[in-house]
Design a binder for this molecule. Structure first.
Ligand code: FAD
Length: 399
């Protein structure tokens, strides 16, 4: 088997990998012939995700001079609810909800347009770090690169092949249950009107319910309006960050079942809709690079407060590209300094803040304290920019 040599190989064509490639091609076009992106699947590939892209991600894309040219639902209100208390992040829009297969396909097409070579349907099976680079094996070829970016998702086969274990204290869990459009929503949670199915879409409203924290869930359940192929539906699911890994494990299906039942959905008879996703979350004490290799996106870790990952994956890509451009200029392939760069970038630095917030928010178990906290937050939220429905948070220059 012949060996193909490149300066940089990016493994994974999701938001983290595509963002790395696009930033590299923008920052140093001379590198373009020496970059290769390997993707296991063929786009459009299925990706289970609610698809909400926050303003942080839109700003990264705007920095690249591109905006997604694919259908989406603009969110105007992301509501954080605890019991009867709630507060909102509003904006015009505050976030956009995409079908992930469409968003990721568009992004990868932008990579191709930039001139970077993309090989789909070619998954990395083995990886090894040597003194002067990394060797990768797929079922078609052997590759050698001076630097590799592992942007291959939460299960990161590259990380696995290198024997680079995930910190056992950082394991989160997600359940996803996309709901049929006809599912009705008979309750009035968190100040929402009746006939919610319509109102969620009409009002661009997503709701995150943190009410089960006092019962041990270190996360929330959600209703997020979305669309697929022109049909409207609502994505439902559950995020359990497990920020405090030593606490008893919550039975996630038992949390989701009554939540779905309130929406006239039966988890057990529609179990085929349910999918579960182990994740691992960002922890600033972790290692994000080794000589000749950088981790990006889910391979490095998601936000432990809300499980947000798309915007951060785009942000990680920017940091990785800047690091690589500087590394090739200085002939430094040690990966040193990458973590500090993650902690400084305007987008990825939020991960450390969310790590701290998660440790604070999920440490509280008293429902009286949580209610009081939510009530205070909802009072003060009225005086912030996030209470202005006309606020445009992805206006360049904001973060
Ligand atoms: C149920 C659920 C709901 C979510 N909702 C949201 C949300 O609303 N908003 C949000 O911001 N985040 C959300 N997330 C998180 C978000 O989906 C991820 O954080 C995001 O996809 C990370 O992007 P990535 O590029 O790091 O990884 P991925 O999107 O997973 O991309 C990795 C790519 O690597 C490829 N790959 C894997 N193995 C190999 C290999 N061996 N060789 C080559 N290629 C390989 C894969 O095919 C894939 O294309 C959700 C996640 C789940 C599970």
């Amino acid at each position: 088997m012949s060996e193909i040599q490149k300066k940089i190989i990016i493994v994974g064509g999701g938001p983290a990998g595509s963002s790395t490639a696009l930033h590299l091609s923008k920052l140093n076009p001379e590198l373009i012939p020496d970059i290769l992106l390997l993707e296991k699947a063929t786009h459009p590939r299925t990706k289970v995700c609610s698809g909400a892209l926050s303003h942080h991600g839109s700003l990264v894309l705007k920095g690249l001079g591109i905006q997604p040219d694919v259908p989406h639902i603009p969110l105007r209100d992301i509501r954080m609810a605890y019991g009867k208390h709630h507060y909102s992040f509003k904006g015009n829009p505050v976030a956009r909800v995409f079908q992930r297969s469409e968003l990721d396909q568009w992004l990868l097409e932008e990579v191709r347009k930039s001139g970077v070579e993309v090989r789909e349907n070619e998954g990395v099976q083995q990886a090894s770090i040597e003194e002067d680079g990394v060797t990768l094996h797929t079922d078609r070829a052997q590759y050698r690169a001076k630097m590799v970016v592992a942007a291959d998702g939460a299960s990161s086969p590259v990380r696995h092949a290198l024997g680079w274990p995930i910190n056992p204290n950082n394991k989160s869990r997600l359940l996803d249950f996309p709901s049929p459009p006809e599912a009705s929503f008979p309750l009035k949670p968190a100040g929402v009107d009746a006939n919610h199915e319509v109102s969620l879409h009409e009002r661009g409203l997503a709701i995150l319910y943190f009410s089960r924290i006092s019962q041990g869930l270190q996360g929330y359940l959600w209703d997020i309006p979305t669309q697929h192929g022109g049909s409207l539906y609502v994505d439902r699911g559950l995020f359990d960050s497990r920020t405090f890994a030593h606490r008893p494990i919550v039975a996630l299906k038992d949390e989701l079942r009554p939540f779905l039942a309130q929406r006239n959905l039966d988890l057990d008879s529609q179990a085929q809709r349910l999918s579960s996703h182990p994740y691992h979350f960002f922890d600033p004490s972790n290692e994000f690079s080794r000589p000749h290799i950088l981790l990006a996106g889910d391979a490095a870790g998601v936000d432990p407060l809300c499980g947000e990952g798309i915007a951060f994956a785009l942000g990680y890509g920017r940091v990785a590209a800047k690091h690589l451009v500087r590394g090739f200029k200085n002939q430094d392939f040690s990966g040193k300094g990458y973590k500090q760069e993650i902690l400084k970038d305007p987008v990825t630095k939020q991960l450390r803040m969310r790590f701290r917030l998660a440790r604070m928010a999920y440490s509280i178990r008293s429902s009286a304290v949580l209610s009081a906290g939510w009530s205070i937050a909802s009072f003060f939220a009225r005086f912030t920019k996030w209470n202005n429905a006309d606020y445009v948070p992805d206006n360049p220059g904001k973060s």
